[in-house]
Each structure stands twice: as C-alpha cells, then as structure tokens.
Design a protein around this ligand. Structure first.
Ligand code: SF4
Length: 321
C-alpha cells in the first residue's frame, strides 16, 4: 500500500509521515510551493532524512486566479486558506491516482489553526477536494471519524493519535519517541497571513482581474507605488531588488512594462507596469531621484536609461532628465 503525504517539512508533517511509515506504508511526499510560501528546500532536506521521495509542486497562474477570487473568503489578512488547502488536496488526489496510492496523509491537527483546521473546515476541505474518507490525519485521527484506510484495515487506528489544539511540546516529545533527531524550527509563515503584506496584494487584485505568478513575484522586489489605476511602479529598495527587477523584466511572462535604470548616478532601478506607461516615465524619473542620495550626484546631469521590451530583448529607449 502506498500513500501521498502533504509535506511542508514542518514538524507536524514529519510526524505524520513517520507514523504512517511505521505501519509499513510506502509514502511519497508532496510539497506545495507558492509565490507566497516556498519551503521546498528545507522540505527536501527533511524528506531525505526520512528516506522519502518528494515531489515539489509549484503553483502557476491558476492558483493566482483562485486566490484572487476565493470561494471561501479570506482569513485575517489576505490568506484564502480554505481554498488553498482544497487546491493542495486536489493536487494530492491527482498524485495519488498517478502513483497508485490508496490515500492521502496530512499533519493537520484539529483546532490547531483557526484558518483551516477546525473540524468543520477539515470536513469541508475533504469534501470539496473529493477525498472524503481518504485523508488520514495521524496526529488527530482519534478525534475524527474513522477513514477508509482505518476501516479497511490498511492502517491500525490504535497506533494513531488524538491531539487537538495547539501544543508544540507534545509534538517534540513524540518526535523523540519516533527517533526524529532533527526537529525543524517553527516555520516562517506564509506572506498571505501577514496583515502588513495584505494591502499590496489587495491592490494587485483590485487592479488586475487575472493576476499571474509574475505579478506575485514582483510584490517582493521593492516599494509598490500605485501611480494611477492603470499604472504601477515598483522601486527597488536595495541591490538585490535592482537585480531582481531586471530579471523579472527580461522574463518571457513579464507584463508590458518599462525598466528604468539610473545611468549617470547610483540610484534605485524601477519598473513601470501597465498600459499607459509612457505618460508615467517622467514621474518615475522624479521618484527615482527622490529616493537617491542627492549628495552623491549632480541632479541637473542625472540621466536614466529607459528600456522597453522588443520581443525577448531589452533595448535602451531614451533618456529622462
Ligand atoms: S497559510 Fe493559508 S494561504 Fe498560506 S500556504 Fe497555508 S493554507 Fe495556503
């Protein structure tokens, strides 16, 4: 018998995996990486330690569509956790069928997270992902209705747990009992759960009905300045952002945009995104100068290289004074 485990690499997913492995089930991990939450590298290390194959599933533009228009709404920030979990389980179901696995395993603990782990939410998620009866939650199984793998005798319900609510201490104790030596630290969370991050995501969703991964990635590449309903400027905060903006501008899935690079002085790179970008170039030049230390250049001689897309190449297109 085989199973697919939703594997973030966090402690609960490690425990769930090990508990099922100990019952002689062959487990394959599925890691779900989004533009807002990507822990695939530590997850790979954790999977290696468990001697488990790991599939990293990177979400695409369909996921962006789903989270821009969530059927079950947002949590306290811009986190559409119910829709997001349904999507994770939908992908897990596909993998389950592809691998000939019998069920899906998850490290969910009933009541641990108010966004998606309350009993009624867990039931909703398994129904919507068409996995009713086929999701085993080894840490909380005793607090839930028995699943088909338990009823069919594929796994022993008595060897599963009945944890509910929060409690890292008991999880660490269980990890020691199961011989897990490397306890992962509490994971840094998903950006979508951060209230301070929410305004720029809402701004994106408000102005772009079909947001893409590119839109999401550029949210992390500098200050987001809404110049008009149709034009947004992203202004680098540091050198990494400058490089990142150039990379994103050169990508084949980039939106229509103009890249502005200070030429005669050291200042922040910027990108203008939108339909009316030509009219905004001078304003962008002014903003770049405003965020530059004027002690280090002569403002009257400052020039900015303006790069436009031409097929897949980037060309210098003019000078803003
Ligand atoms: S916190 Fe919510 S939105 Fe973010 S990855 Fe988890 S389920 Fe998805």
């Amino acid at each position: 018998m085989k199973a697919i485990v939703l594997f973030s690499g966090g402690l609960d997913s490690l425990l769930a995996t090990r508990i099922i492995q100990e019952q002689g089930i062959e487990v394959t991990g599925l890691n779900f990486a989004t533009p807002f939450y990507d822990r695939s590298e530590p997850a790979q290390k954790a999977a290696d330690a468990l001697e488990m194959e790991l599939i990293v599933y990177r979400t695409g533009n369909e996921y962006m569509e789903q989270i821009a228009h969530p059927r079950f709404g947002y949590g306290k920030a811009v986190n559409p956790c119910i829709d997001c979990r349904i999507e994770m389980y939908r992908v897990a179901k596909e993998q389950m069928e592809q691998f000939g696995a019998g069920f899906v395993v998850s490290g969910d603990v009933v009541g641990q997270r108010p966004n998606n782990q309350m009993q009624h939410q867990l039931r909703l998620i398994q129904r919507e992902s068409e996995l009713d009866g086929y999701i085993v939650r080894p840490l909380s199984a005793g607090a839930m209705i028995p699943t088909q793998p338990e009823l069919q005798g594929w796994i022993d319900r008595k060897r599963l747990h009945r944890y509910t609510g929060r409690g890292r201490g008991r999880a660490i104790a269980l990890a020691h009992r199961l011989g897990i030596k490397k306890i992962p630290p509490m994971s840094t969370g998903c950006f979508l759960c951060e209230k301070s991050y929410a305004p720029k995501v809402f701004d994106l969703f408000q102005h772009e009905p079909h947001p893409t991964n590119w839109d999401a990635e550029i949210l992390n590449a500098g200050r987001q300045l809404r110049i008009s309903p149709k034009v947004k400027m992203v202004l680098a905060r540091n050198e990494n952002h400058c490089k990142r903006l150039e990379e994103l501008f050169a990508r084949s899935d980039a939106r229509p945009s103009i890249l502005l690079i200070p030429e005669s002085f050291q200042g922040p790179t910027a990108i203008l995104i939108g339909e009316e970008i030509q009219e905004s170039i001078e304003l962008a030049g002014t903003l770049i100068l405003r965020y530059t230390n004027s002690d280090k250049y002569d403002p009257s001689a400052a020039t900015i290289r303006v790069c436009r897309h031409s097929s897949q190449t980037v060309i210098p297109a003019g000078i803003v004074k």
